[in-house]
Design a protein around this ligand. Sequence first.
Ligand code: OAD
Length: 244
Amino acid sequence: MTSPDLNQAADMVRAAGRLAVLTGAGISAESGLATFRGAGGLWAGQRIEDVATPQAFARDPQQVWRFYNARRAGLATVRPNPGHVALVALEDRLGPSFTLVTQNVDGLHQAAGSRNVLEIHGSIRRVRCTACHARSERPTETLSEMPTCTTCQGLLRPDVVWFGEMLPLDIWARAELAVQDCDCFLVIGTSAFVYPAAGLIMTARDQGARVIEINLDETDASRRVALSLRGPSGVILPELLRLL
Ligand code: OAD
């Protein structure tokens, strides 16, 4: 596939001194992970308030852990797809001029080989103690429905950002800085529905960066971007890379 739009996108990426990327659940769809919204999505049949809010965890931690344990177990068999791999190649080309910001908590960018990943919504491969706040990597093991901290016996929670919670300040600040500073911003596989992440698109556009969206469908962001590439990111990103 080579379209005029793809060539135009390649020109924009080539011309960019600094490139920033925002990814969402769509980039992992071709690895077999469900996105959040739409038919059969992660939230389908599940009320967000029951599984992804601090109130839900306070009310029924076991129910919340059942949801996250199922998602963690699902990771055992998923692999990065060519979209993730193409972003590793971009990082290799651009080095520190490349910043990858992800809303995903699945760790697939790192599994593909991306080194600098700003996980603004945290990671389900990590846990955090609700008492002593210590974080630890627990990528593969099966956790109980009431897992506790090995140091202080406090209740552990997934180290993710729930609705109504603040984003990790330092990581968010680095993401904003990179987007304020970039010449080209790729927005990949996100519905651009959840803020403040979606606000990065306006930040990029308002400071003069060329914003390119890669998505299967039109989104809230489509009318605000310079170029929309429609299709699966696992196909479009490798094609784009070949043109650079
Ligand atoms: P969504 O599920 O809202 O959106 C996924 C987007 O990916 C949609 O726009 C799809 O059209 C697109 N898509 C699906 N398959 C694709 C493919 N193969 N190639 C390209 N695009 C594809 O997921 P997010 O935008 O990531 O937050 O959702 C944002 C946040 O909402 C998540 O990080 C999560 C959720 O609530 C928290 O949990 C805090």
